[in-house]
Design a protein around this ligand. Structure first.
Ligand SMILES: [Zn+2]
Length: 445
């Protein structure tokens, strides 16, 4: 088993035509389940005039109403406590409680049954196996085990595939680094922000993370690991291969990068249906190269189903199949942003990830940066704060000029650049808040 490249050799190499057949069949099954078991879904589908027997093709699937996060939030405020009437199983079958981080409003609760939890571990088993995790690995998880799902499922999946797992729970960053060193851990999972922060802390402890035993790192929770310059920074810092993965509390772990590092993520098409919708027209995009927002269905999650969930993640299909041999399609560059985060500045659409790509690709700068968009009078202004590394202070002018050129090329906008000393910008433990739009809440003209 350890020699084989795929976690599920049958499903991961199924011909595209057969994957589509499987997806249609599984969509009907979960649709029927929600239609029968959840008052919320039944009333949604009744209003749209759609019944299980109406679903015969992918065109029919596109008629199924989408579900937005705000709808889940509303329903959970109503009886029965605490999940409202979207729960498809008796309350006593719920074994897991998690919630969304609430960065975009009131958190949404996520109940799972034991079977759902097994499914979570199965989703992650695909990810870890594709990234080269094998039973001989010793996996360190520097994660504050808490109310968020994040690396809980990664933990169980690592156990499921036979790795040895070290829960780095409440240890602080220094203690975690020492534990990795002491136990010669070979892999770890964390957000890109935290992995970079750990490397910085290690260097301050006079340790070289690149000389430590970590050989692979699985990132999740932020875009970073699919942004080439950020990925390269992490790989160089740790002397390790870095792989991205995208998932969400209310969806599941739906995608993964493989060891071929194809510049994108495989969608786990055996467990999920990913549709890409044009943000302006609502049309479904099936061809490569056009960005839209993701509408996603989890086929096998039962307690609180995820059917045509409007995730707001911005993605696009890649052109070529992956050299790893998996037939699961790839989304190019991973999740490139959120439909909510893409903002108009001076009439130009700006994705924060484009700024990160430029800053992290620049020599002489630290990993931290901060972007502040504000309105001065009637004019939008963007301030970019970066930190210069010790030893590069005499190159500030050069760096500033190069930053301006690159940013104008990538984003078509001008920036007011401030070069700060090292260690002056805020550090983040888990997810970073580097992009601030101060225009929100101000009167917009
Ligand atoms: Zn691949």
């Amino acid at each position: 088993m350890a020699d084989q490249p795929y976690w599920n050799p049958v499903l991961e190499t199924l011909e595209p035509e057969r994957i589509r057949q499987l997806q249609l069949k599984k969509f009907k099954r979960i649709f029927n389940w929600a239609f029968e078991k959840s008052k919320f879904h039944r009333s949604l589908y009744d209003k749209a005039g759609i019944k299980p027997e109406d679903i015969r093709s992918f065109d029919d699937i596109r008629r199924v109403p989408k579900v937005e996060k705000s709808m889940m939030r509303d329903i959970q405020r109503k009886a029965p406590f605490p999940y409202g009437d979207a729960l498809c199983v008796p309350l006593e079958e719920v074994t897991e409680f998690r919630q969304t981080s609430g960065t975009t409003g009131q958190p949404v609760y996520q109940p799972d049954t034991w079977q759902d939890w097994e499914w979570w571990a199965e989703c992650w088993a695909y990810i870890l196996w594709a990234q080269g995790y094998r039973p001989r690995d010793r996996v360190f998880i520097p994660f504050g085990y808490n109310i968020f799902v994040a690396f809980w499922a990664g933990h169980y999946a690592a156990e499921k595939i036979g790795c040895e797992v070290i829960p780095g729970g409440v240890l602080d960053t220094k203690a975690r680094i020492l534990k990795i060193q002491e136990l010669e851990a070979t892999a770890m999972m964390a957000t890109p922000t935290y992995v970079l922060g750990m490397a910085e802390t290690a260097r301050k402890m006079d340790l070289n993370p690149a000389k430590m035993t970590i050989a692979k790192i699985t990132c999740a929770g932020e875009c970073g690991a699919c942004i080439p310059s950020t990925k390269q920074r992490i790989e160089t810092s740790w002397g390790a291969r870095v792989y991205d993965h995208a998932g969400a509390t209310e969806i599941g772990a739906w995608s993964y990068e493989c060891t071929a590092q194809p510049g994108g993520l495989h969608v786990n098409e055996a467990l999920f249906l990913v549709e890409i919708e044009d943000i302006q027209t609502g049309e479904i995009i099936t061809e490569p190269g056009r960005r839209g927002k993701m509408i996603i269905t989890a086929f096998d999650r039962q307690a609180q189903p995820c059917i045509r969930f409007d995730s707001k993640d911005v993605i696009e299909w890649a052109e070529d199949p992956c050299p790893c041999g998996r037939s699961f399609r790839i989304i190019k560059g991973g999740v490139v942003g959120r439909a909510d985060d893409i903002t108009k500045v001076k009439g130009v659409l700006l994705a924060p990830s484009a700024i990160e790509e430029v800053v992290r690709g620049m020599d002489g700068l630290s990993d931290e940066y901060e972007v502040i968009v504000d309105k001065v009078g009637d004019v939008d202004q963007i301030k970019l704060r970066v930190e210069v590394m010790p030893g590069a202070q005499d190159q500030c002018q050069l760096i500033e000029g190069e930053l301006n050129n690159q940013l104008r090329l990538k984003t078509n906008l001008r920036y007011d650049i401030e070069i700060c000393g090292c260690d002056t910008l805020p550090r983040y433990e888990v997810k970073a808040k580097r992009f601030k739009d101060l225009r929100k809440g101000k009167k917009q003209n």
